[in-house]
Design a protein around this ligand. Structure first.
Ligand SMILES: [Fe+2]
Length: 354
């Protein structure tokens, strides 16, 4: 660790510790890869030096701002991801033919891609920029695994639990391999019977994971209970609050987030910032664990410092600073004027535009 002056040479360096303003508002979290927009932000806050890690982040190119703002995913991450996707497909196919693979086979694939993704600030870019003919379930599994381990890190769980959550996320929808394809891939609305069939993926997943060599009851429970909601509105058991293990609560958050980001119903892709807003709403409605959602949402919001957004008033603004208490209502700049969305409650961010 060392201190570095706040100027353009800081781009691409990695923050060694959380950085706060004078009045204790989190500016940038530990492990942020610093962009040109961050340098401007620090200069505005009159911060003259910051603590950074020694080396530059691996795979991070000089023009990080472009990488972040133009949805240009890091090549290495994309390569690892595509390779993992391929292997995931063959393992999941194997599972569908009732030859349940060993847990270690899943773990091997997942660990590689998780490792790679975690090093990148552009994680979300990598996950949500990729389009392809590959089946939704494989990609969703991989994404949810990555998101689960990210959330576990954000809430400061230990390494063992972080690894567990990655695997749990990766395997949560394995039971879908037992749901008839014509139901699973049916375009349009499902009938009541068809939906009941889809819901069974939780039970199938539980059984499949229980049978796996090296698995555990909690891992199987994660597949069983990832559609439960804290207010009792989920399935298959309509559990409430603490009856749902916290691991399954984390999984529910990651699952919903990826589902929103990957939803193809809308032509315009939902950005992670917008997905985070929806997640926040669900948490406020008592369905998701609000403490965990708030940490996750804050992390995502921080990725959008320096990005352009459109307000519900139609005006374009730049996101300047994320507040600790209400990350979804940042300080924004409209031409020369600053607007604090915490105070202007009628205004909301409608769409991220760059
Ligand atoms: Fe599911």
């Amino acid at each position: 660790m060392s201190f570095a002056p706040v100027d353009n040479s800081l781009e691409g360096r990695v923050l060694a510790a959380d950085l706060f303003t004078e009045n204790g508002i989190l500016l940038l979290p530990e492990a942020t890869v610093i962009t040109a927009a961050h340098v401007q932000l620090l200069q505005k806050q009159r911060i003259s030096e910051v603590e950074v890690l020694q080396e530059l982040a691996e795979g991070v190119k000089t023009n990080i701002r472009t990488q972040l703002m133009e949805l240009d995913a890091d090549e290495k991450t994309v390569a690892a991801y595509i390779e993992a996707l391929d292997k995931t497909k063959s393992l999941f196919d194997q599972a569908s033919k009732s030859e349940t693979p060993e847990l270690a086979q899943f773990a091997e694939i997942f660990d590689q891609v998780a490792e790679q993704s975690m090093k990148q600030l552009g994680l979300f870019r990598s996950l949500y920029v990729l389009e392809g003919a590959d089946s939704y379930t494989y990609r969703h599994s991989l994404n949810v695994g990555i998101l689960c381990s990210l959330i576990a890190r954000l809430i400061k769980w230990d390494g063992e639990r972080v690894a567990f959550m990655g695997t749990a996320g990766f395997l949560h929808d394995l039971g879908k391999m037992k749901v008839p394809t014509e139901v699973l891939l049916k375009p349009g609305k499902l009938t009541e019977e068809e939906f009941a069939e889809v819901k069974k993926h939780t039970l199938y997943g539980y059984q499949m994971i229980k049978e796996m060599e090296g698995s555990s009851e909690m891992l199987a429970l994660c597949a069983l209970l990832h559609h439960e909601r804290l207010d009792g509105s989920g399935y298959p058991k309509q559990l409430k609050g603490d009856e749902i293990p916290v691991e399954c609560q984390v999984l529910a958050i990651a699952d919903m987030f990826d589902a929103i980001c990957s939803d193809r119903v809308y032509k315009e892709r939902t950005s992670p910032f917008e997905a985070a807003q929806l997640l926040w709403k669900e948490a406020c409605n008592g369905k998701l664990n609000i403490e965990i959602v708030s940490q996750f949402v804050r992390y995502i919001a921080l990725l959008y410092v320096g990005a352009r957004a459109r307000l519900n008033s139609g005006e374009e603004v730049e996101v300047i600073m994320i507040h600790q208490d209400e990350p979804m209502r940042p300080l924004v700049r409209r031409r020369d004027e600053f607007i604090d969305l915490r105070h202007d409650r009628k205004l909301t961010i409608e769409k991220m535009i760059g």
